[in-house]
Write a protein that binds this ligand. Structure first.
Ligand code: ADP
Length: 267
């Protein structure tokens, strides 16, 4: 295969004969390539808004910057681009923090229903009432899961945030929690544009977007689902995404309830 890498070692075993040892290094090669691609992508994503900021600041310091209308318009662009860089840096830092902790499975008992309610209130505030389109369905609190509060809150923000970004205006978003014997199932479903099947397996890759221009223009970093995937892995849970073009998308995350501290959810 083109991506296969072999390492060869020769060891003399007498009579002029040599033993050939071949080791398959394809795995580490693929990991190294992923790391290089990631650094290249992250640099590119940061460089684009930075170039724009530098260009506008330069123009602002010329005569054009003296016109109040132009000044206000350019400052707004500089602010938006700086915010884009800030979001990207925050997501990059989240990813590296979650990765650094991946071998420490979180063991705190968290009330996921209360966290869903809190996230709903925060999103409704942030989006000036657009949160009213969100329908919450869960049994009365508490619905405990084993987890890390900050990371589960980020997971909810990313999933409900995506449903709001890619959902069709005026259609509801359903967030439901069901508690089964030893697991809790979270479903976030929207009635938005949906995703073509060929993209589904790649959505949790860093910086993978179906429509990069659209994602950027609505404030996406391309890291939201990669962060979700890492959080779910750290919680030893399960992540599934199902979608139909033109109909909508449904993300299901399964987490362990405290009764099953040592159980591993079947993949
Ligand atoms: P982004 O910051 O671009 O939203 P994500 O990692 O959260 O990045 O998602 C990756 C891509 O998956 C998005 O760019 C979008 O194309 C697609 N996507 C994610 N969630 C949805 C959804 N609910 N409906 C349609 N497309 C989605």
């Amino acid at each position: 295969r083109p991506d296969q890498r072999w390492e060869m070692q020769l060891a003399p075993i007498g009579d002029g004969r040599r033993l050939v040892h071949l080791a398959d290094r394809s795995g580490s090669h693929a990991a190294e390539r992923m790391r290089v691609d990631f650094v290249a992508n992250a640099s590119h994503e940061l460089r684009t808004p930075l170039a724009s900021i530098l260009g506008y600041v330069e123009t602002l310091s010329d005569a054009a910057g003296e016109d109040p209308a132009i000044r206000a318009r350019f400052l707004k662009i500089v602010f938006d681009e700086a915010r884009r860089m800030e979001r990207l840096v925050e997501d990059l830092m989240s990813l590296s923090r979650i990765e650094a902790e991946k071998f420490r499975t979180p063991a705190e008992s968290i009330d996921l229903a209360a966290l869903v309610d809190k996230t709903y209130a925060e999103l409704a505030d942030m989006h000036d009432g657009r949160g009213r389109d969100i329908i919450l369905e869960h049994e009365p609190t508490p619905i405990p899961v084993l987890g890390d509060r900050a990371q589960l809150s980020q997971l909810l923000h990313n999933l409900i945030g995506n449903a709001m970004k890619y959902g069709r205006p005026g259609t509801p978003i359903r967030v439901s929690l069901t508690s089964e014997e030893d697991v809790v199932r979270l479903v976030v479903a929207d009635q938005g544009e949906g995703i073509a099947p060929e993209h589904l397996p790649r959505l949790t890759e860093r910086f993978y977007r179906v429509d990069p221009g659209r994602s950027r223009s609505i404030g996406g970093t391309g890291l939201g689902l990669a962060i979700v995937k890492h959080i779910v892995e750290r919680h030893r849970g399960r992540f599934d995404i199902a979608s139909r073009l033109g109909e909508g998308t449904r993300v299901t995350v399964t987490l362990r309830s405290p009764a099953t501290a040592n159980a591993v959810i079947k993949q």
